[in-house]
Structures are given as structure tokens and as C-alpha cells.
Design a protein. Structure first.
Length: 115
């Protein structure tokens, strides 16, 4: 199983980026898809998650600015990031959890927001 993340880059504060993560290989019954991020010197933190039922959860720091969406059939998860701030700068990782709680991670994509 491989998760390929894309869409990272450098943007000015206030700008937008859209991340995508596509899974290939055998994944059974996805229950949760999500995005995490890790800034230099900090621990990895959850950014947004979406369940197979479409229930979403966001970190307080991104509520109202980021939107997660997913397509279980295509095994793809997206993160639309608007009104980006310098503190959003981090490596963003996608994550998929299947029914037996087995978890898969993408390789990470760098997001840099300049002030």
C-alpha cells in the first residue's frame, strides 16, 4: 500500500493550497482519512479527519480555514487550505485507517507560508 501526497508548495500569507493524497494497493474498508502536520521542532499534530460516514473533525487552529474531503471509492483524501498563515508552515502527511485499525501514512508534502 502506498499513499502519494501532492499539492504542497510555497504561498504568501492569505493564499490557498489544495493537498491531495491518493492510495494505491489493497486497502479494505476505509474508516478514517486524515491530514497531520509537523513543523520543525514540534510534534506531529492532527489537522483534519473525515470518517467513512462523512463526519469531519478539525484542529482549532484551522477551523473555518481548512476543509477536508474524501472519496472512499477512489481512496483519495483532499485538504483545501485557505487564508494560510505563516504558522501553517509544516510538512503535511496524509493518513488512512482501515477497518482493522491498520494505519497507512503518506510520505509528506511541504507547505511553506511566507509573511
Amino acid at each position: 500500500v502506498q499513499l502519494q501526497a501532492s499539492g504542497g508548495g510555497t504561498v504568501q500569507a492569505g493564499g490557498s493550497l489544495r493537498l491531495a493524497c491518493a492510495a494505491s494497493g489493497s486497502i479494505s474498508a476505509i474508516i478514517v482519512m486524515g491530514w497531520y502536520r509537523q513543523a520543525p521542532g514540534k510534534q506531529r499534530e492532527s489537522v483534519a479527519r473525515i470518517t467513512s460516514a462523512g463526519i469531519t473533525n478539525y484542529a482549532d487552529a484551522v477551523k473555518g480555514r481548512f476543509t477536508i474531503s474524501g472519496d472512499n471509492a477512489k481512496k483519495t483524501v483532499y485538504l483545501q487550505m485557505n487564508s494560510l498563515k505563516p504558522e501553517d508552515t509544516a510538512v503535511y502527511y496524509c493518513n488512512i485507517v482501515q477497518y482493522d485499525t491498520r494505519t497507512y501514512w503518506g510520505q509528506g508534502t511541504q507547505v511553506t507560508v511566507s509573511s
